[in-house]
Ligand binder design. Structure first.
Ligand code: 5AD
Ligand code: SF4
Length: 466
């Protein structure tokens, strides 16, 4: 075996997809991928620093990696902690040889070549870039869902958020390059595409075509073979009505919008520098709710931001009832380096943050249960993801996801038991509901079902699916 690498990823979908591109780059450089760090010549760790806990994990994991250290083995730290801590990582974890932030991935093959030539400490930490990471090769780790980055970095200055410091300024890809990648993926049999960016609504086509984000969505949704197109994350400030209109007009765009609110109090939103009020947020919710399709809404919420009073928190709880989210990702505020909120007075004690989080999650759980129960009896189309973890004597159990991004575990009996496969689309009748998922029975596998894992055609550059 030639040179080998192992990559472990922590963090958001952007990071997961960055790792796919990094893996593609290394394969291109003659490396082979292995599943075990002990067997790898190059061990990479792609990191997240969104909350303190995530960042702390990096150093304990690096210590563990240190144990498999042997002569000639190289270690690299990538991603947001790499960017944030920079060359300090070499001091804290002396076995690390490579520190690279996401804005420097387009240089990765050159940086790795320097390691191969014998340099012991190599870093790529510049944020001063106009470039996006367009790889010639991307290793796709999911057999039927593919990610496409449309915009990197973030120009917002949310007071709590480390991302502008770890991912640098906004850089959009040309619409032609995004559409070409989407076409190639469709040609390779992928049926679900997720367009990624820290703030997809800030997408600015740098080419003469000047497509807006909504036009780009329409373009991707019109590609033959694509059945589900999702996008994340939207910033409410830049979320325009044109996005709702384009969802209404294109069946391939999923019935789901993730619209992080962070707080239900305009006072807190102002302190967070979110650039919208509760009223403006609710206006966008109105647009979505008034659509001719049942668009599901999910959100992110931070509790215990400095200065958040009991009354502010109550407003967030009221918002949960007012919107009726199908999913909420909620977090205790965690102070992050370089951010404006570090200097805000009135920090909330940890116990109070934990209490607010519990209250919020309990409330959302009962809202969600009610919303999910109202779906019992309906027939939903799911994309089958694989076997379900639920052990059950009633027959084969499968896990699927609806267009609204809700997990639907279902049983397939009789002829269906042998026909269901990952990557296929099935109609499923919902028979029961829990607070986090639905349960149902397979009704029918549409003729158009497609499985992807099968032979993929070899594609020409610029994007090759390995
Ligand atoms: N503390 C807690 N949660 C945070 N998030 C971002 N920064 C912080 C922080 N400092 C949450 C936000 C964001 C999600 C990805 O993570 O809710 O939308
Ligand atoms: Fe974590 Fe944010 Fe970096 Fe994603 S962009 S890896 S969530 S810090």
């Amino acid at each position: 075996m030639g040179k080998t690498f192992y990559i472990e990823t922590f963090g958001c979908q952007m990071n997961v997809h960055d790792s796919e591109k990094v893996a593609g780059t290394l394969l291109r450089c003659g490396y082979e991928s292995v599943e075990d760090p002990e067997q790898a010549d190059l061990v990479l760790y792609n990191t997240c620093s969104i909350r303190e806990k995530a960042a702390q994990k990096v150093f304990s994991r690096l210590k563990q990696f240190g144990k498999v250290r042997e002569k000639g083995k190289l270690f690299g730290v990538l991603g947001c902690v790499a960017q944030q801590e920079g060359e300090k990582i070499f001091e804290a974890a002396p076995h690390v040889n490579l520190v690279v932030g996401s804005a420097s991935y387009s240089n990765l093959s050159r940086l790795v070549a320097r390691l191969e030539q014998g340099e012991r400490r190599v870093s790529g930490l510049s944020l001063d870039t106009e470039e996006t990471f367009e790889t010639e090769f991307t290793r796709r780790d999911h057999p039927f869902r593919a990610y496409i980055t449309i915009i990197e970095g973030c120009d917002k200055r949310c007071a709590y958020c480390v991302v502008p410091f770890t991912r640098g300024p906004e850089r959009s890809r040309t619409s032609a390059s995004v559409l070409e990648e989407a076409r190639q993926l469709a040609g390779a049999g992928y049926t679900e595409i997720q367009l990624l960016g820290q703030n997809v609504n800030s997408y600015r086509d740098p080419s003469a075509a000047r497509l807006s984000f909504a036009e780009l969505l329409a373009g991707v949704a019109e590609i033959a073979g694509l059945r589900r197109v999702r996008f994340t994350t939207s910033h409410p400030r830049d979320f325009g009505r044109d996005i709702v209109k384009v969802i209404e007009a294109h069946p391939a765009l999923c019935n789901h919008v993730h619209l992080p609110v962070q707080s239900g109090s305009t006072r807190v939103l102002h302190r967070m520098q979110r650039e919208y009020s509760l009223e403006q947020y609710l206006e966008r919710i109105e647009w979505i709710r008034n659509a001719c399709r049942p668009i599901s809404i999910s959100t992110d919420i931070i509790v215990g931001f400095p200065g958040e009073s009991g009354a502010d928190f109550e407003e967030t709880i009221t918002l949960l009832d007012a919107v009726g989210y199908d999913s909420v990702f909620s977090f205790q505020y965690s102070p992050r380096p370089n951010t404006a909120a570090l200097h805000l007075p009135d920090s909330i004690p940890d116990e109070e943050k934990a209490l607010r989080l519990r209250i919020l999650q309990d409330r959302q759980r009962s809202i969600q249960l009610g919303r999910y129960q109202s779906r019992v009896g309906s027939v939903e189309e799911v994309l089958v993801e694989g076997r379900s973890g639920r052990g059950d004597h009633r027959g084969d159990q499968w896990k699927g996801r609806t267009t609204q991004n809700i997990v639907l575990n279902f049983s397939a009996l009789g002829a269906a038991a042998v026909a269901v496969q990952p990557g296929a689309y099935w109609l499923v009748r919902v028979t029961e509901a829990g607070p986090n998922s639905l349960i149902g029975e397979a009704v029918q596998g549409p003729a158009l079902s497609s499985t992807v894992a099968a032979a993929q055609p070899v594609l020409k550059s610029p994007f090759r699916i390995l």
